[in-house]
Design a protein around this ligand. Structure first.
Ligand code: ZN
Length: 277
């Protein structure tokens, strides 16, 4: 059943990458002013000021941080490169803890020429290796399935089903799934998998944007809600039926929108959120 319309922005969060031209402070100020108190923080905006300062800024402004984005990229052809990925992921967990993020989003990775099955095995092993750190920091790890157009080099985890299998192997309360409509809207098993994720308490995050029919760029031409074909209200209905009570996170990478006046853009995000999510 489609969800009923949303009347305010209290459960809206915005990914800082949505407003790529901005610093973390600019994002915090603008989102706060718009009544959006949820912010998922990408590492590039932490880098110039450090995690300590970022955490202070977020706390002082009473922001809620569903996620630090992003860790992952576990598979590699050498042991050294795999070990390096583990180090990077441990640093992500530390940063997430420092800024008060509930989870680290994992873009799992893939290596051209490596079978997807082998890559998924390395992903599972990689997550297992960083779990002790996640537990000591009390930070969740959200596996984000990516659209199969990225299977060659970004993610061997393409469907909710792939993510569920990894969760089932690891069986850890901190490991779950981030549902991003851009990546999974087409999947005929989506409703079923969302229900299963709810039943197994692995439904950690819900990311919204839209799928433009005439996509001009594989990475940076996501639509804003209402620009494309995704039935957001239907999918939010499934997510809420599965018991999800977290933020609806707006995550749009778009060369077109990044060229806009970003303050105007935040207004538009709020309008589209209420109209379409
Ligand atoms: Zn996402």
């Amino acid at each position: 059943m489609p969800a009923s319309p949303i009347s305010d922005l209290s459960r809206c969060a915005i990914h800082t990458m949505t407003n790529k031209p901005w610093t973390l402070r600019q994002c915090v100020d603008a989102y706060s002013a718009a009544g959006v108190k949820g912010i998922s923080v990408w590492r590039n905006v932490i880098e110039p000021i450090g995690a300590k300062e970022a955490g202070k800024l977020l706390r002082e402004n009473d922001m809620r941080v569903p996620a630090l984005v992003r860790g992952g990229f576990f598979p590699a052809t050498s042991a050294e490169a795999r070990a390096k990925a583990i180090d990077v992921n441990r640093a992500c967990i530390d940063e997430a803890h420092e800024i008060g993020a509930e989870m680290v989003v994992l873009v799992c990775g893939a290596v051209p020429g490596m079978s997807l099955e082998d890559a998924r095995k390395q992903v599972t092993e990689g997550i297992a290796e960083i779990l002790p750190q996640a537990h000591s920091a009390n930070v969740k790890l959200a596996i984000e399935p990516l659209h199969p157009m990225y299977a060659a080099d970004r993610s061997c985890v393409c469907r909710m089903t792939d993510a569920r299998r990894i969760c089932q192997q690891l069986r850890d309360p901190l490991v779950g799934i981030a549902v991003d409509v851009f990546h999974v809207w087409w999947d005929s098993d989506l409703q079923k998998e969302i229900r299963l994720a709810g039943e197994t308490a692995t439904l950690l995050a819900f990311h919204v944007c839209d799928w433009r029919v005439q996509m001009r760029d594989q990475l940076n031409d996501r639509g804003l809600m209402g620009d494309g074909v995704i039935d957001l209200r239907m999918i939010r209905g499934w997510v809420e039926e599965a018991g999800f009570k977290g933020y609806n996170e707006v995550e749009v990478f778009s060369d077109e929108y990044w060229k806009m006046d970003q303050a105007e853009y935040v207004k538009l995000i709020g309008e589209r959120y209420l109209q379409h999510v």
